[in-house]
Design a protein. Structure first.
Length: 241
């Protein structure tokens, strides 16, 4: 066993468990390009790299305790006025998002803008129906976003399944799998409704009540158990950040 693995027993244990799950599902968890190997460094020396350790952490999510008094109020004001939304359309409601950047709705005047990666984002719009296959990607993406982070559930499908309530391939209640800060009802809600949802999210953030990321960390085992009931080919670590 390499020195790196000795230093990361939790990660090694997690990867072994994930590999076993993948084999049970008839899949390989670690792709060939992600396996440990030797490479030539810029100075010509030979070094060992293990890409999988750059992707996953063996640590569970932890609660981020709010600061006290005026400091936390200032931070919440700054967070509310700087909402960076991940550009990830999960369903049919995604068509309502592009109009927000046009001059007619102009979400930039509310301090809201789109970002391309989860590492840069603090808001996630689950836009409409969510298939089981997409849920797996949503979980991984949500966990890679830095805290504090917020989820807006767009449309009836995220509340009760909507017109797909009895479908084998979609979920019914989003809040059983990731926590939701704001629901925006409708099928589909117009861009104005989305702006109203952002307004409600701002109110919650400024009031110090948008703490769903901490709720996810606090009830991590419950969320993870629900996720694994739906996602049958769970060939990834329990936590992805």
């Amino acid at each position: 066993m390499s020195e790196e693995k000795d230093m990361n027993p939790k990660v090694s244990e997690m990867l072994a468990r994930s590999e076993a799950n993948a084999k049970a599902a008839g899949k390989k968890f670690v792709r060939p390009e992600d396996e440990e190997r030797e490479v030539v460094a810029p100075d010509g020396s030979i070094i060992k790299v293990n890409p999988i350790y750059d992707y996953f952490s063996g640590a569970r999510p932890t609660e981020e305790k709010p600061r006290n008094g005026i400091v936390e109020k200032f931070l919440n004001w700054a967070r509310a006025e700087s909402i960076w939304v991940l550009g990830f359309g999960t369903g049919c409601g995604s068509i309502e998002i592009p109009p927000l950047v046009t001059p007619r709705f102009d979400m930039f005047r509310f301090g809201v803008q789109m970002r391309p990666t989860p590492r840069q984002s603090n808001a996630f719009i689950i836009s409409g129906y969510l298939s089981v296959k997409t849920l797996k990607r949503v979980i991984r993406t949500y966990e890679q976003m830095p805290s504090p982070k917020y989820v807006l559930a767009l449309g009836s499908c995220t509340i009760n399944g909507g017109m797909y309530y009895d479908s084998y391939s979609t979920i019914n209640r989003l809040d059983h799998y990731i926590p939701v800060d704001v629901y925006i009802a409708g099928c589909m809600p117009r861009p104005e409704a989305l702006l109203a949802g952002f307004g409600k999210l701002k109110e919650l953030i400024k009031a110090g009540k948008a703490e769903k990321a901490n709720e996810y960390a606090r009830n991590f085992d419950w969320y993870k158990a629900n996720q694994k009931k739906i996602v049958k080919d769970w060939n990834m670590p329990d936590y992805n950040w």
